[in-house]
Ligand binder design. Sequence first.
Ligand code: ADP
Ligand code: MG
Length: 306
Amino acid sequence: MNEFDLISRYFNWGKSVELGVGDDCALVFFNKNTKLATTVDTLIKGVHFPEDTSAQDIAYKSLAVSLSDLAAMGATPLYFTLALTLPSVDKRWLKNFSESLKILAKQYNISLIGGDTSKGSLSITINATGIIEKPRALLRSGAQVGDSVFVSNTLGDAALAWQQIQNHKTPSTALLKQFNRPDPQIKLAQLLLGVANSCIDISDGLQQDLSHILSRSKIGANINLMTLPLSTEVAQYITDTQDWCVVLSGGDDYELCFTVPDTRINSVKTIEKNLCIKLTKVGVITKEKGLRIKGLNKTCKSYKHF
Ligand code: ADP
Ligand code: MG
């Protein structure tokens, strides 16, 4: 049983919300045109970050991944709680962790309002809440046949960094930045409200995360490997190895994958220009279910905890 089967079998029974289990955030009714989006994520030493990661980078990534889930819904960050499990009290570590967390929180205008502290092996859990003051949030379930599939920036950088770390190589500064300090795409997401039909943040790789859009929207997609946006380093790695799995299922990108109908493609171009961001069309939504990847001649195994 993988983690997604486990969730739907044992924990998909909540009620009284606009949207429960199955999207990047749950949505709670606030008033007619306003809803709250809430998400929780845990980062565990040795699973989500290497043992020697600095306190600053751990703090940054812990908050950034929750902000990324808020972004996937088009939510504006409001507040978060922090549950910290620490092996011991290390004042220097705590100072570095706290300062880094504060800097990122300030940057995204999100307040720390509570939490929990206990003793054990290092893990960080953040529950973040944001607000959506538009009639419709960005959902995984809204994709329509004929929509273009877009992704933001480049894919595979963090996964290549992780692979190099595991192989005892030191990744470049640029790859490490993507791995330790991904930029949550909050601004982009807010501009996509009313433009995109569906959206998800890419945490487990494009293959698995786009598949979540497809199953929730009950449709399929064709994507083309040759159109995937790559940094120079990842492009070189692909040339050398033909290992597309780093890009498709490596994970930790924290970019947005979203779908847009033809009538609103011009808005994507405007957003791209205004934000100076790269938004690339990588495929199209089809009536035929499933994900087909043109140019891929092997299977890429996506990360699942179980
Ligand atoms: P993401 O990668 O966006 O953080 P996940 O893959 O972790 O999303 O979770 C998928 C969905 O399942 C989300 O809607 C999440 O809230 C829900 N979920 C995950 N674990 C549990 C759980 N233990 N109980 C209830 N819902 C869960
Ligand atoms: Mg997500």
